[in-house]
Design a protein around this ligand. Structure first.
Ligand code: NAD
Length: 462
């Protein structure tokens, strides 16, 4: 790449927390001419989350949906600094962050299980402007046993763990010396949560079972059972009623059992406890349990909220105004799943917010530079108020439901178009290829799809 401008002490420094949909979109669209930019995230890559369920069964290779932050920052006019660290605290008065190095790969567990960080791995970082796009963390609702025994589906490490556990369960069930009851337990795959994540995972698992496991484990595959457990009366509450019915009937054809009105109360080592619609409880054995019940606030979001206890009263995230400014704060913006902006926690929302914020910062940054050349101060945080507020424009929802069928809720010509089936599946594929960040990633994903078509999925445990 061409030589980049160095850090400039006369420019304001924007610190961006996170490398998800919101933060990386800010980074991509931000003009670094007028700012120094520092990115802090425990993950040194962007992850294309809509295709994460496909990685759990090897339809897509893990690295095809990852893109390094450094790759994203490579073509910026000014050098972008990246720290692989987690921001754990903030002092908003002195505009100083505490960040903890996360450069040891065994640090990849969820925060609340991690031992305290060594003092030499704790670093202070100053900011002029802060953009918080840290997303959320898995929500267990405090259900006992979930952290210990369930798999989540949020990060790449989760997809890897699911793939390993799944193959472990199938291989364990292949031994002759176990009871039939134990074999059935091992082959019972359970998904908790009927939101899009749970539905897409169940769909991918079904495909793996019918396309691949049935060939490699002919005497076992027909005994594999997939159960999806949902506390509400139906799955996919955010989708159109027709699409809910279509999904439920596709699942029924695919022999995926959906237990609605059923809430998981506890997860044990080899079984889980549910509360049924009539209030009774039962215990169900399982071999693999995937927990996909949505997200809650990250610890740093709560630390930021604590700085403004009078205004930041919602435990689910950071309340922001229509210019994405954190309410009560100065020089802090938030976007994506960690921001409560009135929109659903969707990748599309985060990325539109990222684009909106970067453009505003670009415009105001050049005004600020001009003013500072004339020796004047310019308050970008206050001036953004004059800009047109952020407004989300929905491009619809898409979800893959298995056996080459997808569902789509699309707002076209002011009407909601709903569609399900094979054509939608191809639309789903091309939409995702279009949306993938780089030519490199789109090529990798397309070639994974072709590879799977010719050779099937790999069943090695790894
Ligand atoms: P979600 O919040 O959409 O769904 C979680 C489901 O789990 C809920 O229906 C809830 O009733 C159920 N649940 C919670 N606790 C339970 C329990 N103890 N027992 C049984 N069921 C329980 O979560 P998600 O699917 O992870 O999605 C998170 C967000 O991301 C949503 O806004 C979603 O729309 C979005 N998303 C969208 C797509 C897509 O459009 N393709 C894909 C993935 C995620």
């Amino acid at each position: 790449p061409a030589e980049q401008l160095p850090y400039d002490p006369n420019k304001k420094t924007i610190v961006i927390l996170g490398t998800g949909w919101g933060s990386t979109t800010v980074l991509k669209n931000l003009d670094t001419e007028n700012y120094n930019v520092v990115v802090v995230s425990p993950r040194n890559y962007f992850l294309f989350t809509p295709l994460l369920p496909s990685c759990t069964v090897g339809t897509i290779e893990n690295r095809s949906i990852m893109e390094s932050v450094r790759q994203l920052a490579r073509h910026k006019q000014r050098t972008v600094t990246f720290y692989e660290a987690e921001c754990t605290n903030i002092d908003a008065d002195s505009k100083e962050l505490t960040i903890e190095r996360r450069t040891h790969s065994d640090d990849l567990q969820v925060s609340n299980e991690r031992p305290p960080t060594a003092p030499e791995d704790i670093v202070k970082l100053k900011y002029d402007y802060l953009v918080v796009g840290v997303g959320g963390t898995v929500n267990t609702f405090g259900t006992p046993g979930v952290e210990e025994h369930a798999c989540f589906l949020k990060e790449m490490r989760d997809a890897r763990k699911i793939r390993r556990r799944l193959m472990d369960a199938v291989e364990s069930a292949s031994f002759d010396d176990i009871s039939e009851e134990e074999r059935d337990r091992l082959l019972h795959m359970v998904v908790v949560g009927g939101g899009p994540t749970g539905i897409e995972y169940a769909g991918e698992l079904h495909d793996f079972l019918t396309d691949d496991l049935s060939q490699w484990y002919p005497s076992l595959a027909h005994r594999v059972r997939i159960t999806l457990v949902e506390a509400l009366p139906n799955v996919l509450p955010a989708f159109d009623k027709k699409l809910i019915d279509y999904t439920q009937s596709t699942f029924s054809e695919n022999k995926i059992t959906i237990l609605t009105h059923t809430m998981v109360k506890e997860v044990k080592d080899k079984s889980f406890v549910v509360q049924n619609a009539d209030g009774s409880r039962s215990e169900i054995p399982y071999g693999l349990l995937v927990w996909a019940t949505g997200i809650k606030a990250q610890p740093i979001v709560n630390r930021i909220r604590e700085q403004y206890p009078q205004v930041q009263t919602n435990g689910r995230g950071l309340l922001v105004d229509e210019h994405l400014r954190v309410k009560g704060a100065k020089d802090i913006w938030a976007l994506g799943d960690c921001a409560l902006s009135g929109y659903a926690p969707l990748a599309q929302v985060a990325s539109q917010q990222g684009k909106w914020l970067a453009r505003r910062l670009n415009n105001l940054g050049s005004v600020a530079s001009q003013q500072s050349r004339e020796g004047k101060e310019f308050d970008i945080f206050a001036a953004i108020e004059e800009e047109k507020p952020f407004k989300y424009s929905s491009q619809g929802s898409l979800a893959y439901i298995g056996s080459e069928k997808a569902i789509a809720d699309l707002p076209l010509f002011n009407r909601n178009i709903t569609a399900g089936g094979l054509a939608t599946f191809w639309f789903w594929k091309s939409a995702y290829l279009n949306e993938l960040f780089s030519l490199r990633n789109s090529t990798l994903v397309a070639s994974d799809w072709i590879k799977r078509f010719f050779f099937g999925r790999d069943i090695s445990r790894e």
